[in-house]
Design a protein around this ligand. Structure first.
Ligand code: ATP
Ligand code: MG
Length: 199
C-alpha cells in the first residue's frame, strides 16, 4: 500500500468510528418536527421529497398547502392517486393576489381545521404544513393554536413546516431545522419560474 492509500484508509477508519459512535448514541425513536426555512430555494421540494419517502413505505401522509392553492404543483399531480395521501389546499390561493384579509383568514381557518384533524390522527405518519409560516406572520393563525396542535400530536407522527421567517417558537420546538441559504436564484437574473423545476 502506498503512503497515500494508507493515509486514506486511516482517515476512513476514523470517520467510520466517529459515525458509529453517533449511531450508537441515537437511541430514541419517535415522530419528529422538521422546519425547512430560509430564503433559498428547496423548502417545498424537500417536503414533497419526504412525502414521497414516507408513501414509499406505505405510510399515510397529509399535506396542507397554505397560500399556493391555485398554483400548479407537479409533485401533487404525480402523487395524488396514492390512496395514502390526503391533500388539502387553502381555498383562496395566492394571498398576494387576493389581498382580502377577511376571506383569506376564513380560508386559512377552514384549511387549518383539516390540519388539526390530521395532527390528531395516530394513523397519519407525516403531516406537511407547507407555507404555514406566512399564516402566522400575517396573523391569520395564532402561534399558540399551532404550537398546541403540533405539541399534542400522536407520538409516532412527524410534522414538516415550510416557509420563510419561521416563528421563533416553532424553531425552538423543532428536532431538525434546515435553513435554505440563497447563494443565487435564477429569478434574479430574469428567468421565469419553470414548469417541473419551480412548480
Ligand atoms: P421550491 O418550491 O422550489 O422548493 P421554496 O419552497 O424553497 O421553493 P418558496 O419561498 O416557497 O420557495 O417559493 C416558491 C416559488 O418561488 C418557487 O417557484 C421557487 O422556485 C421560487 N423561489 C424560491 N426561492 C426563491 C428565491 N430566493 N428568489 C426567487 N424565487 C424563489
Ligand atoms: Mg415553498
Amino acid at each position: 500500500m502506498t503512503d497515500r492509500q494508507q493515509r486514506h484508509q486511516k482517515a476512513m477508519q476514523k470517520l467510520k468510528s466517529h459515525v458509529d459512535d453517533k449511531v450508537a448514541a441515537a437511541t430514541e425513536q419517535r415522530g419528529q418536527l422538521l422546519v425547512f426555512t430560509g430564503n433559498g430555494k428547496g423548502k417545498t421540494t424537500a417536503a414533497w421529497g419526504t412525502v414521497t419517502r414516507a408513501l414509499g413505505y406505505g405510510y399515510r401522509v397529509g399535506v396542507i398547502q397554505f397560500i399556493k392553492g391555485l398554483w400548479e404543483c407537479g409533485e401533487r399531480e404525480r402523487l395524488i392517486a396514492d390512496p395514502n395521501l390526503d391533500v388539502h389546499i387553502m381555498a383562496t390561493g395566492f394571498t398576494w393576489e387576493t389581498q382580502n384579509r377577511d376571506s383569506d383568514t376564513a380560508a386559512c381557518l377552514e384549511v387549518w381545521r383539516e390540519a388539526e384533524r390530521l395532527l390528531a390522527d395516530p394513523e397519519v405518519y407525516l403531516v406537511v404544513l407547507d407555507e404555514i409560516t406566512y399564516m402566522l406572520k400575517f396573523g391569520y393563525l395564532d402561534i399558540e393554536t399551532v404550537r398546541h396542535a403540533i405539541a399534542n400530536r400522536p407520538p409516532e407522527q412527524s410534522v414538516i413546516v415550510t416557509g420563510r421567517n419561521a416563528h421563533r417558537e416553532l424553531l425552538e420546538m423543532a428536532d431538525t431545522v434546515t435553513e435554505m441559504q440563497e447563494t443565487r436564484h435564477a429569478f434574479n437574473a430574469g428567468l421565469q419560474a419553470r414548469r417541473g423545476i419551480d412548480y
